[in-house]
Design a protein around this ligand. Structure first.
Ligand code: GLN
Length: 453
């Protein structure tokens, strides 16, 4: 009964593209059987989770929220989802997202936008759950699922977590296998957990992470016992406050939450120090060259032959089929990215755009390396504003891109970064704080998050 009620809630929010109750129930039965045999399953045993519809799931439609993949049923399981099932988790369904994970509001989905369960005090306008992992953030914050997978290329775990008052961590690039995850920008894409608490994120990330020979950029490192290592005592730790993140246009409430975050970390024993990340203002423009460049290459595979949709106009040939399928199958934002990407990669423009952006990427990474000489982790806001009403920014790509101004630098540098719920703004909407850590120091990030939540 309560499951049916949850599914009814889910349909009001449009969080799921498909629901898979049998998968979750079978997992629960299997866990009972394994426990009866004395197997000690960790914290994911029997937990029903939502799966962002960017992860290929064996026998279950996988769409990336795009018409071009509608009806595509993989015959294989992504490494991350396989590891979760092995840990005893089960799947409630495939969660809605921005099409191919391109977006910050969930409005680019072919299957219509997701609504946040949050409202501004005294109003009833439907708010954005953030994006691209907006189905995940909405489902977890509405208590429909205790946890969900997300992916983060330039903020897509952290920004939706911040918008909906939940926790989410993007681990160090390479921690979670990209195998079987629909590719957006391969040098940036990382999977991670979204859940109600830092503790739940630690438990779930442990199950998701680990070396995978099928992903050439997978880290050959053991997965630490993050849950056992949780410790909110930050004595001896230095937390850096990057001065370049004090940007014009940042809401006062966001700045207030940042001050509050510093105070909480100080209370937990940390020392707060000023740091500088001088190339911060170039990170967003560089991201919007690199990510579309990689996307234009990754999305070349949707040709009407291998996956999902095929549009073969009468009497037409192969080229016409490619064109018709891609015209019909991709949404506007996806087409915009492909056009930008092919442009910046084309002969004559490559050096002016793509090479320059790669240089900026290296400088942004170097900024963090220098800053980490004087601190253990960095505290910043996750987003420059709280959630906004659906429709408010959907006609203004640049305003939409600005959502990720604080999230993108850590992505370019491949660093672990987490958003934790901080407080509500004066309108009653959640605000998140972001912690960015040194490479491979998810533990430091989780511990600072624990001191804040
Ligand atoms: N909002 C950013 C974009 O549209 C980030 C998306 C993501 O992290 N998948 O590219």
């Amino acid at each position: 009964e309560s499951f049916n009620a949850a599914v009814a809630d889910a349909s009001a929010l449009n969080a799921f593209i498909v629901t898979t109750p049998d998968h979750a129930l079978a997992a629960a039965d299997a866990v009972d059987a394994r426990r009866a045999k004395g197997e000690d399953l960790g914290g994911m045993g029997g937990v029903p989770i939502g799966m962002k519809d960017l992860f290929c799931t064996d026998g279950v439609q996988t769409t990336a929220a795009s018409h071009i993949l509608e009806g595509f049923v993989p015959r294989y399981e992504s490494t991350v989802s396989r590891k979760l099932w092995e840990a005893g988790a089960g799947m409630l369904g495939k969660l809605n997202l921005d099409q191919f994970a391109m977006g910050s509001s969930n409005e680019t989905s072919y299957f219509s936008n997701v609504s946040s369960p949050w409202r501004k005090d005294g109003t009833n306008a439907a708010m954005s759950p953030g994006g691209s992992s907006g189905g995940s953030s909405a489902a977890v914050s509405a208590r429909i699922a205790p946890a969900a997978t997300g992916t983060d290329t330039g903020g897509s775990i952290r920004q939706p977590a911040a918008f909906t008052g939940i926790a989410g961590i993007k681990p160090t690039y390479g921690r979670c296998s990209r195998w079987g995850v629909v590719a957006f920008a391969s040098s940036l894409d990382q999977a991670g957990p979204m859940a109600r608490s830092v503790e739940d994120c630690a438990i779930m990330l442990e199950a998701m992470a680990g070396f995978d020979p099928k992903d050439a950029t997978s880290l050959q490192m053991d997965v630490p016992a993050w849950e056992a290592g949780l410790d909110a005592n930050l004595k001896g730790k230095r937390i850096g406050i990057p001065r370049e993140y004090r940007m014009e246009g940042t809401d006062q409430a966001i700045l207030d939450s940042w001050e509050q975050g510093k105070a909480w970390l100080r209370d937990a024993g940390a020392e707060i120090v000023d740091v500088s990340l001088p190339h911060t203002k170039y990170a967003l423009p560089a991201y919007y060259i690199i990510a579309p460049a990689e996307a234009s290459s990754n999305l070349a595979r949707y040709d009407g032959v291998r996956y999902g949709l095929r549009d073969l106009p009468d009497g037409s040939g192969l080229q016409d089929m490619y064109a018709a399928t891609r015209e019909e199958g991709f949404g506007d934002e996806v087409k915009r990215r492909i056009l930008i990407g092919t442009y910046v990669l084309s002969a004559g423009f490559y050096d002016a755009y793509y090479t320059q952006a790669q240089k900026i990427r290296a400088l942004v990474a170097k900024d963090f390396e220098d800053a980490f000489a004087s601190c253990d982790a960095i505290l910043a806001p996750t987003t420059p504003t709280a959630s906004f009403p659906l429709g408010d920014k959907s006609d203004d790509p640049l305003a939409m891109y600005l959502n990720d101004v604080f999230a993108v630098p850590a992505s370019l540098a491949g660093l672990p970064a987490m958003s934790v719920p901080a407080m509500l703004n004066p309108e009653g909407l959640p605000l998140g704080l972001q912690i960015v850590g040194k490479p491979f120091d998810e533990q430091g990030v989780l511990n600072a998050g624990l001191a804040i939540q």
